[in-house]
Design a protein around this ligand. Structure first.
Ligand SMILES: Nc1ncnc2c1ncn2[C@@H]1O[C@H](COP(=O)(O)OP(=O)(O)OP(=O)(O)O)[C@@H](O)[C@H]1O
Ligand SMILES: [Mg+2]
Length: 377
């Protein structure tokens, strides 16, 4: 071997052992011929333990037993499944514990035969972090939902109580009508009809509430934002009416559909209207009410704007209002906007706000329209 080649071999060795990723080289028969330091650390074997052994020992049993077949199939068909593509699979440590890995494979062909070089990254830490973020997010979302319903309970209870007491009054009237002689059937029918109407109204509020809490699975491929808001209109009205704040809805026409989680977006609308109610609750300006509007915004995006005439967002708060647990309210958890932002972002949209020139704040949800061509496919 020439001096030049020896140098290269030494450099190759240094390179191998300096690599953060595990590097495992196998021959055509799947036998391990190189196992670098990171591979030793990652899998818990010394190089001497594994050299010459089948690479299947680094894989879960099912993958390991199929590996030989994969390798042979590739050698005869040359159809790559992993080679040059890379994929996420599982590795097995010496102690038998499985762990997630990102695997990319390269191929070399020389006079020493055909070899496969596997570069392996341990994804354990990344997966744990993703898991933690997901569980935190869902805990936050749950806390936000329960809190929101708790705050809205007074309005909803009132909304159900009203038709219930009307029903009681009409029932008394019906009893009195029955005591008369002769019974006025026409009047009695009228009273029964009124009882029916009121029962339907109370039922509607309960149905809306139930649907919202169930987080209904509407076809998320094509959502009509106006219909989605209309479904929670009674709830928002109940909430704002309890504080004597008028709320108006103005639906833009010809809006493209959006791809989104319906229950999530309804929660966003409720969070924003709830905040608007809170911001106006004790102000004389509350007569000016809340406006919920939908329209087509820039770049064909679908926008939902909730405007109030409350105290507005103070400049010091700035963008921190979207951080979890930031609240200026005595009983606020400070999760409403954090949860709303993460829901909107998960639909590819954005949530922003501005203070209105004539007082109060406007929060805008902006969602990308569905590409209808994509839908047809
Ligand atoms: N429409 C608004 N007008 C003025 N300030 C607002 C408005 N909406 C939100 N804020 C400010 O942003 C803060 C954070 O809002 P967020 O909805 O995240 O939490 P919260 O309403 O305080 O509590 P939670 O929603 O968890 O019950 C509020 O405490 C308030 O200071
Ligand atoms: Mg809130």
């Amino acid at each position: 071997m020439s001096q030049y080649q020896t140098m290269l071999a030494a450099e190759w060795e240094a390179l191998l052992n300096a690599a953060v990723d595990a590097i495992v080289v196998i021959d055509e028969d799947g036998r391990i011929i190189t196992f670098n330091r990171s591979a030793e650390r990652m899998f818990g074997y010394g190089a001497a333990d594994v050299l010459g052994r089948d690479v299947a020992i680094l894989m879960p049993e099912t993958d390991g037993s199929q590996h030989e077949g994969y390798l042979q199939r590739y050698l005869s068909t040359r159809e790559p499944r992993v080679i040059g593509i890379g994929r996420e699979v599982e590795g097995v440590r010496r102690d038998g514990v499985k762990f997630p890995i990102a695997l990319s494979i390269g191929e070399s062909n020389s006079d020493r035969g055909r070899h496969f070089v596997g570069i392996i990254r341990d994804l354990t830490a990344q997966r744990e972090q993703e898991q933690r973020a997901r569980s935190l997010e869902s805990r936050l979302a749950h806390a936000g939902r329960v809190n929101l319903m708790g705050e809205m309970a007074a309005g909803i209870a009132h909304e159900i109580n009203q038709p219930l007491s009307a029903i009681a009054t009409y029932a008394q009237a019906a009893k009195r009508l029955l005591q008369r002689n002769p019974i006025d059937a026409g009047k009695l029918a009228e009273v029964c009809h009124k009882i029916d109407e009121q029962a339907l109204r109370a039922g509607q509020v309960i149905e809306d509430l139930r649907r919202f809490l169930r987080k209904q699975e509407v076809d998320a491929r094509a959502l009509d934002i106006n219909a989605l808001i209309e479904d929670v209109r009674l709830l928002t009205e109940a909430d704002s009416r309890a504080q004597a704040i008028p709320i108006r809805f103005e639906y833009g026409s010809g809006l493209p559909r959006v791809r989104a989680d319906a229950g999530g977006l309804q929660q966003v609308v409720l969070n924003l209207t709830r905040n608007a109610v809170d911001a106006m609750a004790n102000l004389p300006s509350k007569d000016r009410g809340i406006d919920v509007r939908t329209r087509i915004g820039s770049a064909g995006r679908v926008e939902v704007a909730v405007s109030d005439h409350g105290h507005g967002v103070s400049a010091e708060l700035g963008a921190t209002i979207f951080h979890p647990f930031v609240s200026t309210k005595k009983d606020g958890l400070g999760v409403g906007l954090a949860v709303s932002q993460s829901i909107v972002q998960s639909c590819g949209g954005a949530l922003s706000y501005r203070n209105n020139p004539d007082g109060g704040a406007t929060f805008v949800v902006s969602l990308p329209p569905i590409n209808e061509v994509e839908l047809i496919q």
